[in-house]
Write a protein that binds this ligand. Structure first.
Ligand SMILES: [Zn+2]
Length: 177
C-alpha cells in the first residue's frame, strides 16, 4: 500500500501511512486486508515483509542523503536559476531576486524529496515569476522578450530536471546500491 503523499511502502492492512500518518485506505478495507494478511501463508508474508523493509531502508537512506545535502541544494538553486535567467537576457537588477527564487525552488524540491518532473515544474514556475518581473520593469521589444523567455524557460526546465533527478531516490539507489 504505497502512500500517495510520501510514496512510502506500507503493510497492506495499514489504514494510515507509517511514515507520514496520512490515510492510505479506510478502516473497513484495512480490516479486510488484515484478515487476508493473517490467512496468507507465512513464507509469502515474510517475503512481502522483506520487500517492505527494503523499501523503508532505502527511504531512510535517501532521507539521510538529502539531509546532508540540504544547504548545498539550496545554494545550487540560488546559483542555477540566475544562470538560466541570464540566458534569457541580462537583468542585473533582478539577479539577487533570481537567486532568492532559485533558493526557494531548490528548498521546496528538497522538502518534496526530489523528482525530475517536480524539479522542472518548480524551476519553470520560478522562472515565470522572474519573467513577469522583467515585463513589469518594462524595456525590450515584445518579440525579443519572447525569444529571451523561450531560451530562459528551456534553461530553467533543464536545470530543474537535472536538480530533481539528482535528488531523486532512484538516483541515490543507483549510486549507493
Ligand atoms: Zn506517507
Amino acid at each position: 500500500m504505497n502512500c500517495d503523499s510520501c510514496g512510502r511502502a506500507n503493510r497492506p492492512f495499514e489504514a494510515r501511512c507509517t511514515a507520514c500518518g496520512r490515510r492510505v485506505q479506510d478502516e473497513v478495507s484495512a480490516h479486510a486486508w488484515r484478515r487476508r494478511w493473517e490467512a496468507t501463508p507465512p513464507p509469502l508474508r515474510a517475503e512481502v515483509e522483506r520487500e517492505i523493509e527494503g523499501d523503508l531502508r532505502q527511504a531512510a537512506a535517501h532521507d539521510g542523503w538529502l539531509r546532508e545535502r540540504r544547504t548545498a541544494t539550496i545554494a545550487l538553486g540560488a546559483i542555477l536559476l540566475p544562470l538560466a535567467a541570464l540566458i534569457g537576457g541580462l537583468e542585473a537588477a533582478l539577479l539577487p531576486l533570481d537567486a532568492l527564487l532559485g533558493a526557494v525552488a531548490a528548498w521546496r524540491l528538497h522538502a518534496d524529496r526530489g523528482g525530475a518532473k517536480r524539479g522542472l515544474a518548480y524551476f519553470l514556475a520560478t522562472y515565470a515569476v522572474h519573467f513577469l518581473l522583467v515585463l513589469r520593469a518594462g524595456g525590450g521589444s515584445p518579440a525579443a522578450d519572447l525569444i529571451g523567455f523561450g531560451a530562459g524557460a528551456l534553461a530553467a526546465c533543464a536545470v530543474g530536471w537535472m536538480a530533481g533527478a539528482w535528488l531523486d531516490e532512484r538516483h541515490v539507489a543507483r549510486t549507493f546500491a
